[in-house]
Write a protein that binds this ligand. Structure first.
Ligand SMILES: Cc1cc2nc3c(=O)[nH]c(=O)nc-3n(C[C@H](O)[C@H](O)[C@H](O)COP(=O)(O)O)c2cc1C
Length: 541
């Protein structure tokens, strides 16, 4: 995937101010805050922030069905500040990518005026840094003040903020002053109505554009009854829009219930989490669609935006609910790739169609430019096992080429970066050095990446699928390797290839996925994570 930084142009829409303004400067500030960004929070129906659920496909689907505003999953400030903003030309998205190449937040033009970026934070400066990083690409910035889980509260984030109003104030004021988009927060109610009222009033004075109120106390679980009276008291106490949340279990089953929930809470907006997670067509004015149809719509977005397979599975499993053990449910659970998930839904043709489109886009791009500095030529390339046939690696091709040219064998020098234990390798051949700027999880992957850079710079064949057979690595050799592997003789295969023939990189990728899965299943709702998506750096042909 190739990136370029782009300048984003904004148009400021007219703002509809729902509440009468008083002469207090704080109130004026909140109206101004809303005015700056153009997003109106009055009378909205919103997709609630949900870890793992609120990734791009779900947000787009919710918008299609009629949601006015969509919150992303909570993303933690410490992780986000390390991200780079990259324009993904293949997918037409903007990706915020962590140093390990993981996509933490993916967004696109379609949702730019509707998406609220929710962060987990306990630090005003870091919160501001993150907000400034994403503000051009989102409609508003939200701070999570409701997550009751220990991993969040022990860092002073989430619901821990509810008992530290000074911190709340410091974070929100800093954000309101420092970004050009509306700032909001999502809270839970406090044990007493009076305290809840004082809190929302204090929050309003920071200049935020709206407050989402989940009508449960931090000790209460999602199954506990909702305190609509607290939300009503909060809504009556402030002039800015209050968005009522917490009604999915028994109050809102379809869109026709939204109005009564709004009425019961006296709030100007309604925010839905679980009801939307189970069936996002809850936002549809005309009524719910069969979940089977909704899952297909969801999967189309997941494929179109290359959503991570495990994240896609997770969302589909939430929609399947009690059907998760059905035939299709089991197929989804065992699927490892988007292609396999599509097969479970009989959508292989759609999957292939999208891949063809993406491939043709990739191939139209200008080639990546190598950079030579200090005698080393670098490119940002990775070795993707799946792009090569079994038993074929770029290292093999480079070795064969050096033999053919009667050069010394390529020499690899690999270093490990202590802070994250990632590897980078430099290959020397013909007295020249080549290296990928990207760091890898294993020494072997780093060496392969260096070989890819060298082959690409020298315009040599590297053995990728679809590449014309160069004859560099002879058919006999490939056959010998394959036969040795078939017979289970890894040693013989290694001897045949001189390059570790086991697909270690692939195994590592699989292990990594498995770990990710394990990690994901350990996490509960309201946790702060990424969608686990890998940011692929597709290499030009
Ligand atoms: C799977 C899941 C993930 C959630 N993640 C977040 C989150 O990232 N940020 C947040 O503020 N609340 C999060 N919540 C809480 C919801 O936004 C919402 O407050 C809660 O589910 C009550 O609303 P409901 O009755 O509509 O489900 C999550 C809830 C669920 C079910």
């Amino acid at each position: 995937m190739r990136y370029a930084s782009v300048t984003t142009h904004y148009h400021h829409e007219e703002v509809i101010v729902e509440h009468e303004s008083e002469s207090e400067p704080e109130n004026y500030m909140s109206i101004m805050a809303a005015a700056v960004g153009g997003l109106c929070f009055g009378n909205v129906t919103a997709l609630a922030p949900m870890v793992r659920i609120g990734t791009l496909p779900m947000r787009l689907l919710a918008l299609d069905y009629g949601a006015d505003i969509v919150y992303c999953e909570e993303l933690i400030d410490i992780k986000m500040v390390q991200c780079k903003r990259l324009v993904n030309e293949e997918l037409d998205t903007v990706d915020f990518v962590a140093p390990d190449d993981r996509v933490m937040f993916r967004t696109c033009e379609r949702e730019r005026d509707r998406v609220v970026f929710q962060m987990g934070t306990a630090d005003p400066d870091r919160a501001l840094a993150v907000a400034q990083l994403v503000e051009k690409d989102v409609a508003a910035i939200d701070v999570n003040m409701g997550c009751p889980k220990e991993y969040s509260t022990k860092g002073g984030m989430g619901a821990a903020l509810l008992s530290d109003p000074d911190k709340i104030e410091a974070i929100l004021r800093k954000l309101v002053q420092g970004v050009s988009k509306p700032v909001t927060c999502k809270i839970r109610i406090l044990p007493s109505m009076e305290d809840t009222i004082s809190l929302v009033r204090r929050i309003e004075k920071t200049g935020v554009a709206a407050i989402a109120v989940h009508g449960r106390m931090k000790e209460e679980r999602p199954r506990h009854p909702l305190h609509c009276d607290y939300i009503q008291a909060a809504a009556g106490a402030v002039d800015i829009p209050v968005i009522a949340n917490g009604g999915s279990l028994d109050l809102v089953k379809s869109f026709s219930d939204v109005e009564s929930f709004r009425g019961a809470t006296g709030a100007s907006g309604v925010m839905l989490a679980r009801a939307a997670m189970w069936n996002p067509s809850v936002f549809r004015r005309q009524g719910l669609l069969p979940v089977e149809e909704v899952m297909e719509d969801y999967l189309k977005y997941a494929v179109r935006y290359d959503n991570h397979a495990f994240n896609t599975k997770y969302c589909l499993c939430q929609m399947l609910r009690d059907k998760v053990e059905s035939v299709i449910g089991k197929q989804v659970q065992t699927a490892q790739t988007l292609a396999e998930i599509c097969a479970a839904y009989g959508m292989q043709a759609f999957y292939e169609e999208v891949q063809v489109l993406l491939r043709s886009k990739r191939e139209r791009r200008p080639p990546e430019t190598p950079l030579t500095q200090g005698g080393v030529t670098t490119m940002a390339l990775r070795f993707h096992r799946r792009e090569y046939p079994p038993q074929i690696t770029p290292k093999m091709f480079l070795l064969e080429w050096s033999r053919k040219e009667k050069l010394q064998q390529p020499h690899y020098h690999t270093v490990e970066r202590p802070q994250d234990r990632l590897f980078q390798s430099t290959v020397t051949i013909d007295n020249k050095q080549y290296r990928s700027t990207l760091w890898e999880k294993s020494k072997k992957a780093a060496e392969q990446a260096a070989a890819v850079v060298c082959l690409r710079v020298l315009r040599l064949p590297e053995g990728r699928r679809g590449e014309e057979d160069s004859g560099l690595v002879g058919k006999r050799k490939r056959a010998a390797t394959a036969a040795a592997l078939l017979n289970g003789s890894t040693a013989a295969a290694a001897a045949a290839e001189e390059v570790a023939p086991r697909e270690e990189e692939e195994q590592e990728e699989e292990e990594e996925e498995a770990n990710k899965k394990l990690h994901l299943s350990d996490r509960d709702a309201e946790t702060a994570v990424t969608n686990g998506n890998r940011h692929k750096l597709h290499t030009p042909l």
